[in-house]
Design a protein around this ligand. Structure first.
Ligand SMILES: *[C@@H]1O[C@H](CO)[C@@H](O)[C@H](O)[C@H]1NC(C)=O
Ligand SMILES: *[C@@H]1O[C@H](CO)[C@@H](O)[C@H](O)[C@H]1NC(C)=O
Ligand SMILES: *[C@@H]1O[C@H](CO)[C@@H](O)[C@H](O)[C@H]1NC(C)=O
Length: 371
């Protein structure tokens, strides 16, 4: 009790402190308030959506993936023969509040005639497929079209004239094929025009920066005029993300566009991380980790993303998925990545749908409309 009381008092002091800063900003017209970013620390009536635990809920999942034929094979675990279904039954419960119910019709109504875009690697694809299925489930009788041109996929609801798009872009900064090989240009964004005139953007980049060997998609890093074969990956990630932040500051008008950054999503490739030394990876995992603390190491990219985001002037909401994904060792496609048994793959980084990314969209919805 004493501890809880102490925390509460701390919360009150923090609130008052924020108000003082806010008043100063308004009265003096300085940019002090502007620099209190990223906005994930916006206080939702004292509730941090990202602090919580997974609880069993019989009403889950939020949808039946078999009603969404557009869900890709790699995420459709039940279709791929995953025999257990308990993993579908967990709801994220923030510690101090409840997340509002996802109201897809309301979202479409508010985004009538507008564009929503998810940009990033395949975890963005994971989130986008979850969102399109949640929306389609909300308005099953409303028509939709799904088109793909190069790296842009557009899910369109004609009745609402709402576009929900996924743009594949693993690094956000440029990866260019040159004579000497593929160059990852840490300080260059030339495809930013594809991000313009969108009302709601959800960016993500991280996993590709960590790739090695056969998964690595570049030959050289370029920083300034210098080309290097290898450098500290987290340093590279930081420079790339900073370049993206500068792009936002020169190109985004916050009164037209809301920007989110999807934080680092956890992988489960070593049982030692969650105290099961005999477990190699996520294969065979059927239950989340109990409680609201992950025993394993924190992810390097998490702190870097938070630091870079705090220096961006444009308001960017961090969709801080790290803890809630760390606790879901059971939520990955694991060895159910395909319905074709002759090509087994193990995936401990993406997420089954229905599943964990539905919660990212619940929090997106809550952040957009509850404030
Ligand atoms: C859906 O599309 C069909 C065929 O194009 C059309 O006949 C129908 O009116 C559409 N329904 C709605 C609700 O727009
Ligand atoms: C997947 O892994 C589980 C747990 O190790 C195993 O029991 C099952 O037979 C595997 N299924 C396939 C399709 O590989
Ligand atoms: C399964 O994958 C193998 C190897 O890629 C392929 O030869 C076979 O045709 C596939 N079977 C089905 C049913 O898709």
């Amino acid at each position: 009790m004493a501890l809880a009381g102490g925390r509460f008092t701390g919360g009150v002091i923090f609130l008052i402190f924020l108000q003082i800063i806010l008043r100063r900003g308004v009265v003096h017209g300085d940019s002090f308030y502007e620099r209190q970013k990223p906005k994930q620390w916006n206080n939702n009536n004292g509730c941090d959506f990202y602090e919580g635990s997974w609880v069993y809920d019989v009403s889950y999942p939020l949808y039946d993936a078999s009603n969404c034929p557009f869900i890709g094979d790699g995420f459709n675990c039940q279709k791929n023969g995953r025999p257990d279904s308990e993993y579908l039954k967990f709801r994220w419960q923030p510690r101090r509040c409840d997340l509002p119910r996802f109201n897809g019709e309301d979202l479409l109504e508010r985004y009538r005639g507008k564009k929503i875009m998810v940009v990033g690697d395949s975890l963005s694809n994971n989130m986008w497929q979850s969102l399109t299925c949640m929306l389609h489930t909300a308005v099953p009788n409303s028509n939709y079209t799904l088109t793909t041109h190069n790296s842009l996929s557009t899910f369109f609801f004609p009745e609402y004239e709402t576009s929900v798009m996924y743009l594949k872009n693993g690094f956000l900064v440029d990866l260019v094929k040159e004579k000497i090989g593929k160059v990852l240009k840490l300080e260059s964004i030339s495809r930013g025009d594809e991000w313009k005139n969108v009302d709601l953007m959800i960016f993500n980049t991280y996993h590709w920066w960590t790739h090695t060997g056969h998964y690595k998609t570049w030959d050289f890093f370029q920083v300034g005029d210098k080309l290097v074969k290898e450098m500290d990956r987290m340093e590279a990630f930081k420079i790339g993300l900073t370049t993206w932040g500068k792009w936002l500051d020169s190109n985004i008008n916050p009164s037209n566009t809301i920007v989110f950054f999807q934080g680092v999503s956890a992988v489960h490739i070593d049982g030692n991380d969650w105290g099961e030394a005999s477990t190699k990876n996520c294969q065979g995992e059927k239950q989340p980790i109990k409680g609201s603390r992950y025993p394993g190491p924190s992810l390097e990219g998490e702190a870097i993303a938070k630091n870079v985001l705090s220096d961006i002037v444009t308001p960017v909401y961090l969709l801080d998925v790290t803890l809630l994904t760390q606790l879901r060792k059971d939520g990955h496609p694991s060895n159910y990545t395909t319905s074709n048994n002759s090509t087994p793959l193990l995936d401990c980084s993406h997420w089954c749908l229905a599943g964990v990314p539905d919660t990212w969209n619940l929090i997106l919805f809550a952040t957009l409309f509850q404030n």
